[in-house]
Each structure stands twice: as structure tokens, then as C-alpha cells.
Write a protein that binds this ligand. Sequence first.
Ligand code: ZN
Ligand code: ZN
Length: 119
Amino acid sequence: MGKSLRGINPDCKPIGSGCEACLKAGGWWLHLRRCAQCGYIGCCDSSPGQHAARHASLTGHPIVASFEPLQNWFYDYEHRRVIRGPRLASPRWHPETQPAPGPEGKVPPNWESLLHEVA
Ligand SMILES: [Zn+2]
Ligand SMILES: [Zn+2]
């Protein structure tokens, strides 16, 4: 057993490469976040669905890690701040070939006007 961190299980793998809820609903996302506790993949707060934040509020899992290639930051929804965290189990990010916004073929031409404003 490694050191226990609030909301972070470094051994937990991501459940997929795209936002679970958007893929089910036929939606699209801007950027992806990975729940640091259970590996759920959800879309960011700028995305129409805001599924990472919804997952955090539904489950009480407070920390997400960016699932965008080469990004190493974490965000704590409970304390509303960017934090550092340990290296999570691979794959650490969605495939480089996967577009953002995504998924391919589901992004409307006017996608930029559909984003949420995030401070
Ligand atoms: Zn989503
Ligand atoms: Zn979770």
C-alpha cells in the first residue's frame, strides 16, 4: 500500500479515452479530465456537459487530473484550486491522435460559441 492521499489513487487506471457520459449521449467535449480516485473520464468545465464536475459532485471524488497530453496538473473541486499530485497509472493522457475538441465527427461547426465561460 502506498501513501494514502485524499481523493487520489495513483494505481487506478483511466476507464477509457473519452468522456464516458458524452460518448453515451452522442455529445462532444473540449478537454478531458480524469478522476484521480476512480479513473472516470469526464469533460472539462468549459465543455457543454461538464461531466467531470458532475462526477465529482455525484460521487464526492474531489480531485481530477488533466487528461490532456503532457499536462501534469490536478484540480481540487472541493477547495477550487489547482494542486500537484503524484504520477498516476498509465495511460496518463488520452491518445495524441485524438482531437480536442472531440470526439471526431461529433463536434458542431459552431462549437466555440457553445462553450461555458469559466473564470
Ligand atoms: Zn462529457
Ligand atoms: Zn471518481
